[in-house]
Design a protein around this ligand. Structure first.
Ligand code: GRF
Length: 207
């Protein structure tokens, strides 16, 4: 079993998709051991409770977005719940902090993130809005391993979404989100079954 720690900051719809995938045994080789939120009172914490997964708040109020000292507390929390850097998987699910190089190196190729765009296009903030403004016809979602540079690690899975003429950032985000909810469990399933092989920037899927 691969122990999984999920880091969240908000409503937690990706967290829920992951917890549901474990519950319905789509993911059988991984177990969510802890959910860590940098914000108190968010929806993701309620969802963890509903699924009887331990939830920890490490409030980052007033701290910078990238803070190695704060990350040490996160790492200690993950380790205390059995999500170690040798066997664990850290899943960023709507986590609005930047991980320190120490964290990224320690859990090398064991941290995944979801980004609501077809990377490397529209990395960073508000990608759905910027994609619309740019006039792209195809948007989408990306699951990738986390590297030091934000939104830049090896890509695991992507799915595209057709942009409609009447789309708003909201409607486009909703359709992309449905793809995120499909892709994240799939990426976690592949990882926990040992089916992801990383060669440089490329993630190959073993069949
Ligand atoms: C998702 O769109 C994710 O791609 C982005 O933030 C949003 C989080 O949503 N990074 P949720 O908290 O998983 O509902």
């Amino acid at each position: 079993m691969v122990p999984i720690g999920v880091l969240v900051s908000g409503r937690g719809s990706n967290l829920e998709a992951i917890l549901d995938a474990v519950d319905r045994k789509y993911v059988t080789k991984g177990e969510v051991k802890v959910v860590v939120s940098n914000k108190p009172g968010v929806g993701a914490l309620e969802l963890a409770k509903k699924h009887q997964v331990p939830a920890v708040v490490l409030d980052d109020k007033g701290l910078p977005k990238l803070d190695p000292e704060y990350d040490k507390k996160t790492i200690a929390t993950l380790e205390a719940h059995g999500v170690g850097s040798k066997e664990g998987l850290v899943v960023l699910a709507g986590y609005f902090r930047i991980l320190s190089p120490h964290f990224v190196q320690k859990y090398h190729n064991r941290i995944m993130n979801v980004h609501p765009a077809l990377l490397p296009a529209f990395s960073g903030l508000d990608p759905q809005k910027r994609a619309l403004e740019h006039g792209v016809k195809i948007a989408g979602a990306t699951i990738h391993f986390v590297a030091n540079e934000v939104d830049a690690g090896p890509i695991i899975l992507q799915a595209h979404v057709q942009v409609r003429d009447d789309d708003t950032p909201d409607t486009l985000s909703q359709r992309i989100l449905r793809q995120e909810h499909r892709l994240y469990p799939e990426a976690i399933r592949l990882f926990t079954e040992g089916k992801l092989k990383i060669e440089g920037r490329r993630v190959l899927l073993a069949t």
